[in-house]
Design a protein around this ligand. Sequence first.
Ligand SMILES: [Zn+2]
Length: 145
Amino acid sequence: MNTSKKGAVAEYMAANWLLSKGYEVFKNLTPTGKVDIIAWKGEEMHLIDVALCSRSKRTGGYSDNKKGVAESNAHLGIKILCVLDTGDCVWRDDLFKSFPDKKCHQCGNTFTPTKGNEVVCGDNCRRLWVAKMNKDRYNARKSLP
Ligand SMILES: [Zn+2]
């Protein structure tokens, strides 16, 4: 499936999820624009940008390509709704802020973990960190009497 079809499928999955939560759902008539869906329930109204989100089999962490969009559109009140591989939907804020910021064990930068036991900020630091751990383990074994 091409990217624009995947995007369309994600939007319908998001709409379906919102309907099942009791929202009235209004969809953008064009494939472009900052907002894909407006959802309305009682006093609550959300301007929604739908994002496909994938989960790494190796790390269990989530990723999408919406970090920059999320930051530049936050002041407009636009919320990003992530459609996961499983078909479930999660507000991006809940997905990426479920754990408090930490300091990366490798580079020392602050990062927002996407799962509880994450100790490094990204793939590059993970590689270096794992290499260091393996070296430490090797040296510890070597120094045994
Ligand atoms: Zn790092």
